[in-house]
Design a protein around this ligand. Structure first.
Ligand SMILES: Cc1cc2nc3c(=O)[nH]c(=O)nc-3n(C[C@H](O)[C@H](O)[C@H](O)COP(=O)(O)OP(=O)(O)OC[C@H]3O[C@@H](n4cnc5c(N)ncnc54)[C@H](O)[C@@H]3O)c2cc1C
Length: 386
């Protein structure tokens, strides 16, 4: 494995870095939990799209750059290091778009793909329900055929960006008599349809980044079924495969955060404290180990290999590193981390405060650590089911 970047890749990194430095909003955008904040994030994504950075990994025929996995990872790393605003297009770009490319009809591709890329349509993901999270096939939201339409009733939960999104891709039960995985259909639903109600879920940090979505007699044209009726589980597995294979959580962001922990420790005069040194040293070693792990993954993807269930190793590593890094920051900042004081030394306490709270969710969304460990045990290591 050659760990050096090519001249072309280094040039691309320089181009991305310069563009981001010049264009990333200087002020933090208002939270996506408000209409104003959501629109500000959309406007930023539209700017990214116009500059050709909307969806680097999409094929050129669908408006992307056809960038290889290393280029895409370089962009993501630079974006993470400069802390660009959260990408509200993420579910459209990384999940719905690629799913449409494989399972969509030509009309569906024409209708939605370019609008995902331009950020004119923001998509959310309607998979989880109150009793169907890890056990996704337990979903109960149902859709009944009525002429040219389906009538949808039920509830989704934890729908990221769901309060103001334009569309949702949802799994619905279309054959209650069929075995659990067999009677499910993958539907695209216009969030402005009569009968759709998105209720913001206010989190512990006071923000409302996601919603509960309720469907009451919502009429959805059958032309908005993606793939085949009752075969939605296969489509959903393809969607989750894209999630697993997408280069996520760049290593550079952890190295930067751990370096900042070092600056905070020095500013607080705690850099000679053995416990603090031990924590920061250990986190740094984990961040470096994570970098080598992601290099190995990128090398495999660049060779055209699929990652499959081994993607669960990456998910466990980055989510637990994120959780532990921000927990260490909160511990180190002590009261500064709680009161959002402007006086915290050498850091932005609001950033550490909000990152700490959101990091608590990292080991839950995109599949919990327990579920990932089950996958690693059974499907990577070949251990027997308990
Ligand atoms: C910030 C955030 C954003 C999210 N965004 C979205 C979104 O946009 N769209 C969407 O559809 N969903 C979204 N989710 C939901 C997420 O996918 C679920 O929370 C996740 O799948 C876990 O499901 P659950 O919350 O129902 O927990 P449960 O499945 O009820 O699990 C509860 C606990 O039991 C453990 N557990 C369950 N089954 C097993 C098992 N077999 N073996 C061992 N342990 C087990 C779990 O690991 C967990 O610790 C989001 C969640 C969060 C926190």
């Amino acid at each position: 494995m050659d760990l050096r970047y090519t001249d072309e890749q280094e040039a691309f990194r320089a181009e991305v870095r310069a563009w981001l430095r010049a264009h990333v909003p200087k002020e933090r955008l208002p939270t996506v939990g408000t209409r104003e904040g959501f629109d500000a994030h959309r406007a930023w994504e539209q700017e990214l799209g116009r500059a050709g950075y909307g969806a680097l990994h999409w094929p050129v025929e669908y408006g992307g750059r056809g960038a290889d996995v290393v280029m895409t990872a370089i962009f993501e790393e630079e974006y993470a290091i400069i802390e660009g605003p959260p990408r509200i297009t993420v579910l459209g770009r990384n999940l719905m778009g690629p799913t449409l490319m494989v399972h969509g009809t030509p009309e569906q591709k024409d209708r939605w793909l370019s609008r995902i890329l331009s950020a004119d349509d923001i998509w959310s993901q309607g998979f989880s329900e109150p009793d169907a999270g890890s056990d996704l096939a337990g979903l109960k939201t149902r859709a009944v055929r009525d002429g040219e339409d389906f009538i949808v009733d039920g509830q989704k939960i934890w729908t990221s960006y769901g309060t103001f999104s334009d569309w949702i891709f949802a799994l619905v039960r279309t054959d209650p008599e069929a075995p659990r995985h067999a009677g499910i259909t993958f539907l695209a639903i216009d969030m402005r349809s009569p009968g759709v109600e998105a209720r913001p879920l206010v989190q512990v940090d006071g923000r409302a980044g996601f919603a509960e979505v309720f469907f009451t007699d919502v009429r959805v044209p059958a032309t908005q079924v993606i793939g085949e009726v009752n075969r939605g589980w296969d489509v959903a597995m393809a969607t989750l495969g894209f999630e697993r294979d997408a280069p996520s959580a760049p290593a550079g962001r952890f190295e930067r955060d751990v370096a900042e922990l070092g600056s905070i420790a020095r500013a607080l005069g705690r850099d000679s404290d053995a416990g603090v040194r031990d924590t920061i040293g250990s986190l740094y070693a984990q961040a470096l180990a994570y970098r080598w792990h992601t290099m190995r993954t990128l090398t495999r993807l660049a060779r055209g290999e699929r990652i499959g269930p081994e993607g669960s190793v990456t998910k466990v590593l980055w989510s637990e590193l994120e959780r532990d890094t921000f927990a260490a920051g909160r511990e180190l900042l002590g009261p500064y981390g709680e009161v959002l004081s402007d006086e915290a030394p050498q850091t932005d306490p609001l950033r550490w405060h909000s990152k700490y709270w959101f990091s608590r969710a990292a080991t839950i969304y995109a599949g919990t650590s327990e579920i990932q460990r089950n996958i690693i045990a059974e499907r990577v290591l070949g251990l027997p089911r308990k």
